[in-house]
Design a protein. Structure first.
Lengths: 234, 296
């Protein structure tokens, strides 16, 4: 579904991503793990168009979208759920969902909002509340639901477990798996490598702007080097 | 007592025009965090172009005024393209935009001066059937009522559009965070352009109403309202639409009350700005200010 070739992302003189290549096949969860500052979020920003690429090519469903502006990539079918959730705090929960479907017809949007409220009943209950008044876990659910409102071919998730209680993290990861089982393609960026390897099909390990390792998630899970470096095991 | 009431009514009328001027001002600030200091120049050109359309082009008011309002909106687009858009990528775009908008204000005012001359001009007499109503000792003209109805009507329409329309929601999303808006598929540049169009159209409409209210139009009429408009949006809370409406009316009232209570009309501005200071000391974010922190 997505194929990234030698992506380079730089913020002024600072090069965050140095020629990174990877693939996300349709219907799978691919995870991108690695320590803080490895450039994982920058990869997602490059894919979503928030950060312009210095060089490299992004092929999405066979189409070159490397130079496409961010808002048009949403129409193509790429939706990013950003790090730190970034809900529109002053707007209502429902308005956040509506804006998630900004580029889709109003009729479908209303139907999909009902679907999101089935996935996450709390969003229905607090529909009129300001998004900023939700708890961290609820905001993460809203951010994911808002991303899904675009009916993306590819959903990009940036650190969905960040700052959440373990039970909520469990719930979110189970939900992500359920999405995949329903056919949703997902690229997951996580610092929580254990959980990410648990639910993903394939994984790439990033360090200081490069991919240093890749493989099937179950193989990486049993790799002693990975266990030492990222899973906190001896 | 009845003089007092009459003054309150007058203050409310002129306050509604201040409010209309200020919501355009505050709308751009809310979305871009930029003060558009050419807003007053567009206010002037709105009034003067309406005059040109009614006199030189000979159009009736009901065509001329909406046309002049649209023309003001187009000027706003031009203003955005020239003074703001090229600077948006700069880190100091708030400050540089402020300066370049002053430059555009000077260009606009010079155009007005060149085309219309420096004289004070007025709308042709007999353009309106200006009925005068007396309620006991209070006098209200139909023109005043029309002005306040149009000003309040436009403010209500804008508030409703921002609250309920798809574009209105997109404008609020851009105001909260441009990057988040982009991630949702919102074309931020296009929304910002539309914001400038609406803001300037309202500013131009305020210029027309102001000219009608005082029966005078001049290339420097923007000067008198420029600082007041700024005071109004600070009073109401920067970026708050209801705050600008409320602030405009409060400012209009405090002006006329000053004259009424002290008997000195030259104290008018001094007291109005003193009220502003007092409110800011009591509530630094303004009447309806949110005091929010803006995300990247």
């Amino acid at each position: 579904m997505l194929s990234a070739q030698e992506l380079k992302v730089a913020y002024g003189p600072v090069v965050a991503v140095k020629e990174v290549s990877f693939h996300v096949p349709a219907g799978s969860i691919v995870s991108l793990i690695g320590p803080n500052g490895a450039g994982k979020s920058s990869v997602l920003n490059g894919l979503s168009g928030l950060a312009p690429l210095s060089s490299g090519t992004i092929l999405f469903k066979g189409k070159d979208i490397s130079r496409m502006r961010a808002h048009l990539r949403v129409s193509e079918g790429i939706a990013l759920v950003p790090e730190g959730r970034r809900v529109l705090a002053g707007m209502s929960v429902r308005e956040n969902l509506e804006l998630g479907g900004y580029r889709r017809p109003a009729k479908e949007v209303n139907r999909d909002i009902s679907k999101m409220e089935e996935y996450f009943p709390v969003l229905g209950k607090r529909s009129k509340a300001a998004a900023g008044s939700l708890s961290g876990g609820e905001q993460q659910m809203l951010a994911i639901a808002r991303g899904l409102m675009a009916r993306p071919g590819l959903l990009l998730l940036d650190e969905p477990s960040l700052g959440l209680a373990p039970l909520v993290v469990r719930f979110i990861f189970e939900f992500i798996q359920r999405l995949r089982d329903d056919g949703q393609t997902i690229l997951l960026v996580e610092q929580n490598a254990g959980e990410a390897l648990e639910i993903s099909d394939y994984a790439y390990v990033m360090e200081t702007g490069r991919i240093v390792l890749e493989g099937r998630s179950q193989d990486l899970r049993s790799d002693p080097a990975i266990a030492r470096a990222y899973l906190g095991l001896p | 007592m009845s003089v007092f009431l009459q003054q309150l009514i007058n203050g409310f009328f002129i306050g509604s025009v201040y409010g209309l001027f200020a919501i355009g001002y505050t709308l751009v600030f809310g979305v871009l965090d930029i003060l558009n200091l050419a807003h007053a120049a567009i206010f002037t050109l709105g009034g003067l172009s309406a005059l040109w359309l009614t006199t030189t082009a000979g159009l009736p008011g009901w065509i001329a005024f909406p046309l002049a309002t649209l023309f003001s909106g187009v000027l706003g687009l031009l203003l955005y393209r020239v003074a703001f858009a090229p600077l948006r990528r700069r880190a100091d775009s708030n400050l540089s935009g402020l300066i370049s908008s002053i430059a555009m204000a000077i260009v606009f005012e010079s155009c007005a001066l060149g085309i219309f001359g420096a004289r004070t001009v007025r709308f042709p007499e007999g353009m309106f059937q200006n009925r005068v109503y007396h309620f006991q000792s209070i006098t209200i003209t139909s023109l005043q009522l029309e002005i306040v109805a149009v000003a309040l009507g436009l403010m209500i329409v804008l508030s409703a559009l921002l609250k309920y329309s798809r574009t209105g929601k997109a404008i609020r999303a851009v105001a909260e965070s441009e990057n988040t808006a982009r991630l949702l598929g919102i074309n931020v540049e296009w929304i910002v352009s539309q914001t400038f169009f609406v803001s300037s159209a309202l500013g131009g409409a305020a210029g027309i109403l102001y000219g009608l209210y005082f029966d005078a139009l001049a290339p420097d009429m923007g000067r008198s309202i420029e600082l007041k408009g700024l005071a109004v949006i600070i009073l109401g809370g920067m970026g708050s639409i209801p705050g600008a409406i409320l602030g405009g009316i409060a400012f209009g009232l405090s002006e006329v009350l000053t004259v009424e209570l002290t008997g000195m009309s030259n104290l008018r501005d001094a007291v109005a700005f003193t009220v502003l200071l007092l409110i800011l000391i009591l509530k630094p974010s303004g009447l309806l200010g949110r005091g929010r922190a803006r995300q990247a």
